[in-house]
Each structure stands twice: as C-alpha cells, then as structure tokens.
Design a protein around this ligand. Structure first.
Ligand code: PGA
Length: 258
C-alpha cells in the first residue's frame, strides 16, 4: 500500500449549518487562514447546504476550495418534492456530492439501494462523490463491523465500473463517533479503512484500490487529526463540527501535510 500515490482530501460537512451569508464569511475566514500556505498536497472541499452553494462558490473563487452538495436525487427530474437533481447541482457549480451520510440513513430512510442510485446519478452528471459508510455502535459491539461496512461498500457501488472509481472517495464514518466527541482510535480507523480498501481490491483490482482515497470521519478535530491521518490507509477526513470554525478546519488541513 503506497499512501503517497493518493491525494489527501480534507472535506468539511457543514450539514444544516450556515446560511448564504454565513457561508461567505466562513469561506473567507478559511481563505484568510490558508493565505501564504502551500496546500497543494491536499484537496479541500466544503460540503454546503443547497441554498449556500452560490455564495460558497463565489467566496471560494480563486482559491483551491471546492464545493460539495450533501444529497442528490437519482431521477433526472420529475415529481420528487423536496429533492434536487444532478443537473441542478451541476448548473449550480458544485464539483462533489456527499452521498449516504449516516444522518440520511438514520433520519431520512436512506438505504444502500437508494445510495447506489444516487451515486449513479451523480456520476452520470459529471459530479464526484464522497460516499459514506460505517457501522452503528450495536454492530461494532456485535463484532460485525467488517461485514456491515463491506456490504455497504459493495451494494453502494453495485454497477459502478472501475473507470468511475477515480471520481469516488469513500468516507469511513463509524456512526457512534459522529457528533459525539467519541473518536475512533487511529488504529480502529486504520483497521476499517484497510478493510474497505480490501473490498475495493476484490471488486476492482489492486490498482484501483491503491488509488482510491479513503477518509475517516467522526469527531475528527484539530487535536486528533494528525494521528488519524498518519495511518497508512487513512487518506483524509470528512469533518462535521470542526469544519464550522476556520482555525480548526485549517489545523486539520495542516495535519494532512505529513
Ligand atoms: P463530526 O461529523 O465531525 O461532527 O463528528 C462528521 C460527519 O458527520 O461527517
């Protein structure tokens, strides 16, 4: 496994936070914190609410901060009240979309089948994907983390050809660590990220598995990022709470430099 072959990706998941005005202020603050730093070692993404996309994009102009949405519908268009299409996101100028986040699975009936359909829609519209997988506490306690995460990865990627994998980042997010302040240990994160890479190797071969960025997410912060990111299969982070404060988010970006 050669980590150097993969690009570090540090992505903020703002969730349902930050109006357009807040988005402008936060992106500007991140840009100010990054001023004068060489961050070419890593890709930086902000996952913003739909109504803040335009403001975030405008504020990010001229920086290397890329904008992500947090959901996409699988249909091209039609009677799907409250949903958003790939064409709409593409036109709005996002480059990425977060799919299968545990909060969508937990609160909005997201299943591996709907995740798979959304991944296909994103790729069909030329969007890149941050695909989230992860076990709940009960599953970890039952000793079935490997089975759960392997199954999610397989079903979420059903029918996705190898050549599309360059457009997919996998985020391992143990649900018990999200928003709880309880981080997986670096060894726990490494163990499951390696399992996911093993599944990718079976599905797509070693080269694709080696080239795919796998992030850890779940209470990653300025204090614990360096240790998590030092692990050879942890190529980046998907960060919720700590992405809402520019200094904290930029410390995590700094930690990815190693
Ligand atoms: P957290 O969220 O960093 O606040 O735990 C991570 C996520 O949900 O992506």
């Amino acid at each position: 496994m050669d980590k150097a072959k993969r690009r570090a990706v540090i992505a903020g998941n703002w969730k349902m936070n930050n109006t357009a005005a807040d988005a402008t202020a936060l992106i500007n603050a991140i840009k100010a914190e990054l001023a004068g730093k060489d961050t070419s070692y890593c890709e930086i993404i902000a996952g913003v609410p739909f109504t803040s996309i335009a403001a975030a994009k405008a504020a990010a102009e001229g920086s290397n901060i890329k904008i992500s949405a947090q959901n996409i519908h699988w249909a091209e268009k039609g009677a799907f009240t409250g949903e958003i299409s790939g064409a709409m996101l593409k036109e709005a100028g996002v480059e990425y979309v977060i799919i299968g986040h545990s909060e969508r699975r937990q609160y909005f009936g997201e299943t591996d089948n709907t995740v798979n359909a959304r991944v296909k829609a994103a790729l069909a519209n030329g969007l890149k994907v941050i695909l989230c997988v992860g076990e709940v506490l009960e599953q970890r306690e039952q000793g079935i983390t490997e089975e759960i995460v392997s199954m999610q990865t397989k079903v979420d990627l059903l029918g996705i050809p190898a050549e599309e994998m360059k457009n997919i980042i996998i985020a391992y997010e143990p649900v018990w660590a999200i928003g709880t302040g309880k981080t997986a240990t670096a060894d726990q994160a490494e163990e499951v990220c390696a399992i996911i890479r093993g599944v990718l190797a079976k599905l797509y071969g070693a080269d694709v598995a080696e080239a795919t960025t796998i992030q850890y997410g779940g209470s990653m912060n300025a204090g614990n990022a360096a240790e998590l990111l030092s692990k050879k299969n942890v190529d980046g982070g998907l960060i919720g709470g700590a992405s809402l404060k520019a200094p904290d988010f930029v410390k995590i970006i700094d930690a990815a430099a190693q």
